[in-house]
Design a protein around this ligand. Structure first.
Ligand code: C2E
Ligand code: CA
Ligand code: CA
Ligand code: CA
Length: 278
């Protein structure tokens, strides 16, 4: 039994070492991912809850590595955040989003907004405003066509400097949405102190809304709260027609989820739009 215990301890420490090595390896690889063209943004449609018309897209980062395969952003974004690499990666995402807006415009697509995810580290970085301003100018992005998704904790954290950054972004005509709304801080006091334009109801509420009365109540309450504060409300993770129907009835403004479209490469979007029109 004693020997077994020791083996077990060794096994665990070997596993932990392997895991730490894997992390280090992944982090090192991530540093070169952008230069090696392994990163790509995929775009998921966001539709008007009432007309079904596409209003915009959310950009979601994809990493295809020759040995690791497709690495989930749920895995590599936290790594990039811990190492600080997210500031550089995030700047690349902002540039890609603005370039994509210009490319779709040149391809003759009707104007729609592009929403991207912003990390806390990026909001704290004082270069952010310049990065955004320069990208918007370089690609002649009209006001209101870029939207940034933040989390509740980012708006709460270090409130005063973040507040200045958020006001500067709004002054550039950038929309500000609170992502995963309802899962973070319980305080709602920040909502009218920050220049937010949208609430995005977390997928977990939408997903269980039909079966769980309390998730349904929370969803409806968020829609009511958002509207009272003059904000647009988005539901993410909409997978079933009955969810969409309930959200529409509750006057939710925008819907996003597999029911309408999965995240797709930029080239696939015109085709998706054409199929929608039929
Ligand atoms: P998120 O911002 O909450 O993005 C929504 C996630 O839900 C995406 O996962 C999307 O593919 C997935 N999703 C969309 N519709 C549905 C649906 O109907 N059902 C289900 N089950 N899932 C759906 P993804 O692409 O794996 O991204 C995971 C997270 O990684 C994102 O969550 C976001 O927090 C982060 N992320 C992705 N790209 C970026 C980026 O460029 N920058 C930053 N900072 N974070 C990013
Ligand atoms: Ca998001
Ligand atoms: Ca979300
Ligand atoms: Ca999230």
């Amino acid at each position: 039994a004693k020997a077994g215990g020791k083996d077990k301890a060794q096994f665990f420490s070997a596993e932990m070492t392997a895991r730490a090595e894997q992390r280090l390896y992944m982090e090192a690889q991530l540093r070169h991912a952008q230069a090696l063209n392994q990163l790509q943004l995929h775009w998921q449609p966001r539709v008007c809850a009432h007309s079904g018309r596409m209003l915009g897209v959310e950009g979601l980062l994809r990493w295809q590595h020759p040995e690791l395969g497709a690495v989930s952003p749920a895995v590599f974004i936290p790594l990039a955040e811990e190492s600080g690499l997210i500031v550089q990666l995030g700047a690349w995402v902002i540039e890609q989003a603005c370039a994509q807006i210009a490319a779709w415009r040149e391809a003759g697509l009707p104007a729609f907004f592009v929403s991207i995810n912003l990390s806390a580290r990026q909001l704290r970085d004082e270069r952010l405003i310049n990065t955004v301003r320069e990208c918007l100018a370089r690609h002649a992005v009209p006001e209101g066509q870029l939207e940034l998704e933040l989390t509740e904790s980012m708006v709460m954290d270090k409130a005063s400097s973040n507040l200045l950054q958020l006001h500067a972004l709004r002054a550039l005509g950038v929309g500000l949405a609170i992502d995963d709304f309802g899962t973070g801080y319980s305080s709602l006091a920040y909502l009218n102190r920050f220049p937010i334009t949208k609430l995005k109801i977390d997928r977990s509420f939408v997903h269980d809304m039909l079966e769980d009365p309390s998730d349904r109540a929370i969803t409806l309450a968020i829609i009511g709260l958002g509207h009272t504060l003059g904000l647009k409300v988005v539901a993410e993770g909409v997978e079933r027609p009955r969810e969409a129907a309930l959200l529409r009835e509750a006057r939710c403004d925008e819907l996003q989820g597999y029911l309408f479209g999965r995240p797709m490469p930029a080239e696939a979007l015109p085709r998706w739009l054409a199929d929608q029109a039929d």
